[in-house]
Write a protein that binds this ligand. Structure first.
Ligand SMILES: [Zn+2]
Length: 460
């Protein structure tokens, strides 16, 4: 909608009304009674003990397997070939009979992974990411409502209630790219949501963004980490805090981040500058696993969202997930491109939930640098953690064995190139030639994200 001619040609006040109207229609479809029912279900399942959760997982997995075997051509053929009858599925470890599904197989299978039964309306979605790595996903209405309910449960863990004022700083193109002055935000009245454009953020405009946020006085801010960190870093450089100097106390209670890896130093900066806690949500476009942050500040892998497996790897585990809710395009044992560091089993949480704990979401598996000899450096984004005063950073690789390190520091901050190189070498070793560049800003992707690593060649 944001790129439609009518929207683009409308004045900002009319864009706000168009946004609100669309949100109201979406709300009718996706919220209301259906959402309330799902939220009730999730309020029940988050209180189950470990044994009850296993029983729940078994029942939901069986239901998904039976449906996939009946309605999805890809799985009909696979189950026939393996002699696998999902009606006999009665223990979680039986799932290991099925092969792990890789992203390339999903891209190749296309419509063969979609249900061919009449299941009502389907909604298509395309993943963001670098060219050539896009995925196309189909979802049914109930799975969308359910996803929404999971997000709302996360907001509730953060102390946010339906109807609370929220601000939103993500990848939505709510402000036309050509607009260079005026307000870079629009008000969605239906959701009491102030939507701010992350594409128009520049150091010079940060003051106006903060003023708009302070005037709106949200209870929560939902944001891409990189976009909100950008604002926080500018405030911090000027010794400012959000809401400082206002007569009445601010309502802001929580920041909820998602869609990018949140680094520990970024979390600290956000908490310091905004004076509230940060709750990080990990979701996957493929809808096979999700991780939330509880009131105690701990990450939990949500056992009522899907069945997750993890495979050990040096310094972290690959997540493999089977989602419970998407009938339009069920993915079984799908390998996500993301790595986590699981807490050892048996570590409980004071919040009382039996969902497994995750020590850290390490980030994207594609966050890798390639050496000439096939050598790989994982998680080079960790470097950014060790560079004080850094606002944003990105690795760019045009060919194996060579990498550019783009660094944007706070005003008046920075490090000598030799020192940066010494830090970077701790992660990359000598396998990669480094070129360090200090920049004023780093371009975002079409979806408004700031990936830690960009490959400008076909990576293996
Ligand atoms: Zn907890």
């Amino acid at each position: 909608m944001y790129t439609s001619r009518i929207y683009g040609a409308s004045p900002p006040w009319a864009q706000s009304w168009l946004l609100s109207g669309r949100a109201w229609i979406r709300g009718m479809l996706r919220e209301g009674r259906g959402l309330r029912d799902e939220l009730q279900d999730l309020a029940r399942t988050e209180r189950l003990d470990a044994g009850q959760l296993q029983a729940l997982q078994l029942a939901r997995l069986r239901e998904r397997l039976v449906q996939a075997g009946r309605e999805v051509p890809f799985y009909r053929a696979l189950f026939a070939r393996l002699g696998f009858d999902p009606r006999d599925f009665n223990s979680l470890d039986q799932l290991a009979c099925l092969p792990i599904l890789e992203k390339a197989q999903v891209q190749a299978a296309g419509a063969a992974l979609c249900s061919d039964a009449r299941i009502g309306p389907r909604f298509r979605s395309t993943s963001s990411g670098t060219t050539g790595s896009h995925l196309q996903g189909w979802r049914d209405l109930r799975s969308i409502v359910r996803e929404n309910a999971f997000i709302w449960r996360q907001l509730q863990w953060a102390g946010v209630r339906p109807g609370d004022r929220r601000a939103w700083l993500r990848g939505d193109k709510i402000v036309p790219a050509a607009q260079q002055q005026g307000e870079f935000w629009r008000l969605n009245r239906a959701d009491r949501l102030l939507m701010l454009s992350s594409y128009h953020l520049t150091p010079a405009r940060v003051g106006a963004y903060v003023e708009a946020l302070e005037r709106f006085d949200p209870v929560a801010i939902q944001a891409y980490p990189s976009a909100l960190v950008f604002i926080a870093a500018v405030l911090d450089a000027h010794g400012r805090r959000f809401g400082q100097g206002s007569a009445s106390p601010r309502r802001l209670r929580a920041i909820v981040t998602s869609s990018e890896t949140l680094l520990p130093a970024q979390r600290q900066l956000l908490e310091r500058v905004f004076g509230c806690r940060v709750f990080d949500w990990y979701g996957a476009f493929e809808r096979v696993a999700a991780i939330g942050t509880c009131e105690e500040g701990n990450y939990h892998l949500l056992s009522d969202y899907g069945y997750a497996e993890w495979q050990g790897a040096e310094g972290g585990q690959d997540l493999i997930g089977t989602g419970f809710d998407n009938r339009a395009m069920p993915l079984l044992r799908y390998r996500l491109n993301d790595r986590v560091l699981m807490e050892p089993g048996g570590v409980g949480c004071p919040c009382g939930r039996a969902f497994p704990r995750v020590r850290a979401v390490l980030g994207r598996g594609q966050d890798v640098l390639y050496g000439v000899d096939g050598h790989r450096v994982f998680m080079p984004a960790n470097v950014f953690d060790d560079l004080p005063g850094l606002v944003a950073g990105q690795w760019r690789q045009h060919r194996p064995g060579h990498a550019e390190l783009l660094l944007q520091f706070q005003q008046g901050r920075g490090m000598a190139e030799a020192d940066v190189e010494a830090v970077a070498r701790r992660y990359t070793g000598e396998a990669i030639d480094l070129e360090i560049r200090r920049v004023d800003r780093i371009e975002r992707t079409a979806a408004g994200k700031l990936p830690a690593v960009v490959h400008e060649f076909a990576a293996a």
